[in-house]
Design a protein around this ligand. Structure first.
Ligand code: ADE
Length: 268
């Protein structure tokens, strides 16, 4: 006779079995979320992706999908596009969560890669041009000083673990803290330090939130353009290093995609 289970136990066991099957299945479908056009276009060329003329996204949004096949992987590179009013890249947490949500709904990826530039803490080992694979993500601008809401605001979570990528590609790792500002107020700084972050960006934790809603594994590749504890003003340092560091970022993403090709999740 079949063992008697509570309904919830059966559901949990089925979910576990499904996750184990997914871990063993070859990765075939990747979504790469990149906030800035300057970061995205070299990868579009590298992977020979085409812009989707009949967008899978709702009519009217500026989000752009580039897609194609590279080394047997279906690659969808999603750029949130230019803001319809201000005409600049739609950076930040709101668009990052929205495009991740819509991409999961429409494209059903096996894995999400969020790639972009970041600000690093020299004191924690970050240098200009370093590329980090984030071990954890959290927010630093969502302050809710009420028990439990405080933790919800910070939203700390582990990222999908990729020990083989780290080892084989000899990458640095550290915690990532996300907020909607390029600069950093003293209060932000205290919270970023409380998050034990090595790098700071404007999208990672927001992509992680949407990916986690649907249990889609996500990894975060962040290249350092400017330093918190360096001696140059943030915006100046960021603009000065953006082009060179983007080339390094794109090479790192290519190496990761090359590594992923022909593997399953459990091999990352
Ligand atoms: N990406 C590059 N520089 C950054 C900064 N200073 N803050 C957040 N994201 C960044």
């Amino acid at each position: 006779m079949a063992p008697q289970h509570e309904g919830t136990e059966v559901v949990a066991e089925e979910a576990e079995a499904e996750a184990a099957d997914a871990d063993k299945k070859l990765i075939s479908n990747i979504v790469i979320v990149i906030a800035m056009q300057t970061e995205a276009l070299p990868l579009v060329q590298r992977f020979q992706l085409m812009e989707d003329p009949d967008t899978v996204f709702p009519k009217g949004v500026p989000w752009v999908r580039y897609h194609g096949i590279y080394k047997d992987l279906r690659i969808n590179l999603i750029w949130p596009g230019k803001d319809p009013i201000w005409g600049v890249d739609s950076v930040g947490t709101i668009t990052a969560s929205l495009v991740t949500f819509a991409s999961i709904q429409e494209l059903k990826p096996d894995l999400i890669i969020n790639a972009g530039t970041s600000r690093g803490f020299q004191a924690k080992g970050a240098c200009i041009g370093d590329v980090f694979l984030a071990s954890d993500v959290a927010f630093h601008e969502r302050r809710l000083p009420i028990p439990v809401f405080d933790e919800y605001g910070i939203g700390a979570r582990r990222t999908f673990s990729t020990p083989n990528i780290l080892r084989e590609l000899n990458m640095k790792t550290g915690k990532l803290s996300t907020g909607d500002s390029l600069d950093m107020s003293p209060q932000d700084e205290a919270l970023i330090i409380a998050n034990d972050a090595t790098v700071k960006d404007m999208e990672g934790a927001a992509v992680a939130y949407a990916a986690d809603l649907f249990s889609v594994p996500a990894i975060f590749v962040k290249a350092v353009t400017d330093l918190v504890d360096g001696d140059k003003p943030t915006a100046e340092e960021f603009l000065q290093n953006m082009v060179a560091v983007t080339a390094t970022l794109d090479q790192a993403v290519t190496n990761i995609v090359d590594f992923i090709s022909g593997k399953c999740l459990s091999e990352l």
